[in-house]
Design a protein around this ligand. Sequence first.
Ligand code: NAP
Ligand code: FE
Length: 366
Amino acid sequence: MEFRYFMPVKTFFGRDCIGKNCSEFLLLGKKALIVTGKSSAEKNGSLADVKKALESVKISYAHYNKIEPNPSVEEVREAALFAKKSGVDFIIGIGGGSPLDAAKAIAILTANDIDDDTLYSGVYKNRPLPIAAVPTTAGTGSEVTPYSILTYNKINNKKSIGCDSIFPAAAFLDYAYTSTLSSETTINTAIDALSHAVEGYLSARATDIIKPYAIESIRLIGECIPELKKNTLKDEVREKLLYASMLAGIVIAHTGTTAVHAMGYPLTYHKNIDHGRANGLVLYHYLKFLEPSIEKVRHIIDALGMKSTDEFGNAIDKLLGDRETLSEAELELFTKTAMTAKNISNTVPQPDEKDIRKIFEESFKR
Ligand code: NAP
Ligand code: FE
């Protein structure tokens, strides 16, 4: 057996975990930049809880609330300028994966004056500022990953920064913040978490220590699938989804993602399809592609509590509703783009261009 296991995020899980652990912020610095999206952090109570915690330990803060879904390199550069002007020495990301990933890139760029190539290199002269993460979606697991995925307009795609120095120092997971999520975002983010666990389990980099995390995450999400279409989710379902998404984050922190994410990025970049939905659209046909040669697909279906890959296909169809269509030119472009993503190399067996095109074709067949 051989593996590397590294999970340096001090993780607090449970109701009011921020209020109960305010002093943790004292370990991170003297002035915080709170990074959020436009409005959700105000509505779900997470922003107020963080501000109250900071005030109780006398840490001052500035707030940057302009992060859009799928943040771009340009956006995080603007935010880093604001961070420098505000004189902050640590960053608190609150929100879905977008503000959390933005917080990580801002932490790098506030400490380093660098060009885009160096930003994506993962090697920095100065250590990025310490980061705390408060997820308010149950999907990306960004609170426990060393990744920041940014829209990179120079290559007309999304691209991931990956390095140990952007693991958050602390993460606070309180499922109460996810209760304001729309049904659509709840479904899309749950599918993102499921993709992480499934792709991680199947990845060329899956290790013995990480596989049980993946299977447990898949099992928990499998239990939630019948609930996801309901208008109101019980607290215990919200809690389970947040826990499962964190487990799946720990998985991809070690394994990376695979062809599904590589195929999802151009769908998001060019067609503005939500990240989780984009993965969900291709996930079933990815499993169908692997099924004949990879026994592990069976373990995944078993963990979901389902009888066959087709049962999974039907369940995901119900969650996603009507599918978008792809033109011939889009099929061509998205196939070529997916083949250039670094996560393709984690996929076993390695798909070639024809395989990826076929998965796209099958996934968007009318
Ligand atoms: P998101 O883009 O962060 O947020 C989507 C929408 O949900 C926004 O409109 C946001 O509103 C809203 N929202 C967030 N929390 C809410 C809440 N509690 N109640 C109501 N609305 C809420 O969505 P996401 O799917 O979590 O993140 C996707 C991003 O994460 C993508 O860029 C993806 O590439 C990245 N990602 C990163 C990793 C990683 O390891 N780092 C892994 C997978 C995906 P506001 O804008 O007002 O906040
Ligand atoms: Fe993802």
